[in-house]
Write a protein that binds this ligand. Structure first.
Ligand SMILES: *Cc1c(COP(=O)(O)O)cnc(C)c1O
Length: 479
């Protein structure tokens, strides 16, 4: 007999993620196990109220610093149309990284002035689309790209023959600021592929002023990286942009309208710390980060105000709009992947029990390429204490499709803790898996992509993505 926990499990988030009386996991009052009966597995489940709560937390942070802050949801974290609809309805704006995301944002009902467009390698077609839509800001990634935006504007004017106002651009900078996140998620190092270096900023700005009838330089942008656990890199980035803004003002007399501090507000993936001590210390600190958005803003404004006071430019600071581009912090903990144990084996030589699920790294790419930790629980025995060890693996025909670090670098626990006596058919839940998952999934091994549902207030679940069929696997093949 497995013992039953007397307290609420550590991963509980009241009202959103709970173990209820029947020992089942409930997601915003919907029984997760019951959802799998209806929709099958693997299944993505999102909570509308959790997305709204995450956005409300950001909006409360803006209130606390008493500044108008423009939040632009980084849609690459999850651009499902129903998710975008909830985000838009909650009253924030959007950041896109491609023509496809721009298309989806417009289709989801975001107004052009709510959209900013980032990216290192925008195509002429993408710039044409952005310029013609008249979006809030195209963030250029190099001095060269300024010319490309001007060209797009010339094309738009000559083809549409209308009085399109100048395209609004911002300069994406790379300030050489490190964070304690994964190297692949750090974006402000000079060794990263992003942005214009500090030494070129003034030149870039002057270049941006050459054709004011075509483009208008309205802002400056830094994204220090994803899952940034500390406040300092944000403050340093903000100060760096603020200093550039003051220099530009001094040298040209012009004041930029906005400073964009990017995304990267972290999510606590280790609310349940039962396996945390099996992670390397720096991973543990990064994955378990608790950072209040209001602290980020307060500290950023504090250092900027200090610099402004020294330069007697405080009046400028009050004119500047601050942008943030949160992705992960909006959607990560609002999503859960439900997966079923399909097969089980015990290896006599090692005595390991292997659980083979139907959720592989084709659904959670980060688990493989960043060895990202997603806490795993039983959805049908959510209050039963998890004191048995299992090797857990996905269904793909690839030895790397495992829930541990096959390279033996110890970046994930070797075993996952679940209740004793897990049997095939038991539904498991990977928590905090709403960001960079659905948006990155692919049908490797001929695996039709899964369905997704959104749980609304009161516990009703709406299908927000149909499960692929075998026919979908053939869709674009030509033979
Ligand atoms: C990915 C990205 C974001 C979002 O980062 P999160 O860690 O998901 O908040 C924001 N801005 C830019 C430019 C990005 O590339």
């Amino acid at each position: 007999m497995s013992s039953v926990l007397t307290n609420a499990p550590a991963w509980t988030i009241p009202g959103f993620l709970e173990a209820r009386d029947n020992n089942h996991l409930f997601i915003s009052a919907a029984d997760a196990t019951a959802l799998t009966y209806q929709y099958g597995t693997p299944l993505f489940v999102f909570s509308e109220s959790r997305i709204r709560a995450n956005i409300a937390r950001l909006q409360a942070a803006a209130k606390k610093v008493d500044r108008p802050i423009k939040f632009c949801y980084a849609s690459k974290a999850n651009s499902n149309m129903a998710v975008l609809g909830v985000v838009r309805d909650a009253g924030i704006d959007i950041e896109v990284n491609s023509g496809g995301e721009l298309f989806k944002a417009l289709r989801a009902g975001f107004r052009p002035d709510q959209i900013i467009f980032n990216g290192t390698s925008k195509t002429d077609d993408e710039l044409d689309e952005a310029v013609r839509a008249g979006i809030y800001s195209i963030n250029v990634d190099s001095i060269y790209e300024i010319e490309l935006v001007e060209d797009a504007m010339r094309r738009a004017r000559s083809e549409l023959n209308t009085g399109l106002p100048p395209a609004r651009i911002a300069l994406r900078l790379v300030p050489e600021i490190g964070t304690r996140s994964h190297l692949g998620l750090q974006t402000a190092l000079l060794t990263s592929k992003f942005g214009i270096s500090s030494s070129e900023v003034l030149d870039a700005f002057r270049r941006g002023l050459q054709n004011p009838d075509l483009i208008h330089v309205c802002g400056i942008h830094i994204h220090v990286g994803s899952q940034t656990p500390d406040v300092e890199p944000f403050a340093e980035a903000f100060k760096s942009m603020w200093n550039h803004l003051m220099t530009i003002h001094r040298e040209t007399g012009l004041t930029l309208e906005h400073i964009n501090l990017g995304g990267g507000i972290p999510v606590n993936y280790l609310r349940d710390r039962s396996q945390a001590d099996q992670l390397p210390e720096h991973e543990r600190d990064m994955l378990g980060a608790e950072l209040e958005p209001s602290d980020v803003l307060t500290e950023a404004l504090r250092v900027a105000r200090e610099a402004a006071r020294d330069a007697q430019a405080e009046h400028l600071l009050d004119q500047v709009t601050i942008l943030l581009e949160p992705g992960r912090s909006v959607i990560a903990d609002a999503g859960v992947v439900l997966t079923k144990v399909q097969n089980i084996k015990r290896r006599p030589e090692t005595n390991d029990i292997w659980l083979l699920t139907d959720a592989g790294y084709n659904l959670l790419l980060s688990m493989n390429n960043y060895k990202w930790y997603y806490h795993l629980i039983s959805a049908s025995r959510a209050c039963t204490s998890a004191d048995a060890q299992y090797k857990v693996a996905g269904p793909l025909c690839d030895s790397g499709d495992v829930y541990f670090d096959i390279e033996r670098h110890g970046r994930l626990p070797d075993y996952r803790l679940l209740p004793r006596d897990v049997k095939p058919g038991e539904v498991l839940a990977l928590l905090n898996s709403g960001a960079y998952s659905l948006a990155q999934m692919f049908p490797y091994n001929g695996r039709p992509l899964p369905a997704a549902v959104m749980v609304r207030d009161g516990g009703r679940a709406d299908l927000i993505r149909k499960r692929d069929t075998y026919e979908d696997l053939l869709m674009n093949d030509v033979w």
